[in-house]
Design a protein around this ligand. Sequence first.
Ligand SMILES: Nc1ncnc2c1ncn2[C@@H]1O[C@H](COP(=O)(O)OP(=O)(O)O)[C@@H](O)[C@H]1O
Ligand SMILES: [Mg+2]
Length: 144
Amino acid sequence: MKEMVNCARVRFPALGENEGFARLLTAGFLMHLQVTPAILADVKTMVSEAVTNAIVHGYRGREGKKCFVFLELKFYSDRTLMITVTDLGRGIDNVEDAMEPFFTTDREGERSGMGLPIMQAFSDSLRIRSRPGRTVVTMRKKLP
Ligand SMILES: Nc1ncnc2c1ncn2[C@@H]1O[C@H](COP(=O)(O)OP(=O)(O)O)[C@@H](O)[C@H]1O
Ligand SMILES: [Mg+2]
């Protein structure tokens, strides 16, 4: 049976600069595991896409001090990494629509609508649970 061998949980305010912080935290968590640069890049992208979504969509219009993003990392004995990103924001209206390539509710035209498809493509599994007030995105990836 697989066992959890390491875990970390961090809470930070929904500020754009914390996307980089989340990427580096994740890289640090994996530092001793001799993950290839390509896999590490994939994992960092998964984290930054999920954290960016929490900040720009979850907390749209109210990014900052009182809005928090939670990043949880768990590593299991079968080398599965579990990443959970939670926000307490507006929620996703329709998860099925949101998963579609190029679907975006961004009105400024800055977003590609490819965040969730990328997270899905780079992970072994992606699960989203969302309602107004809470969105939880869970991704698993087996690290070779
Ligand atoms: N944490 C979240 N809270 C609220 N809505 C979200 C969240 N994550 C994703 N969404 C919704 O799903 C859509 C698609 O997300 P994504 O594929 O990352 O594309 P993009 O971020 O480029 O719009 C977003 O435009 C948004 O409407
Ligand atoms: Mg996105």
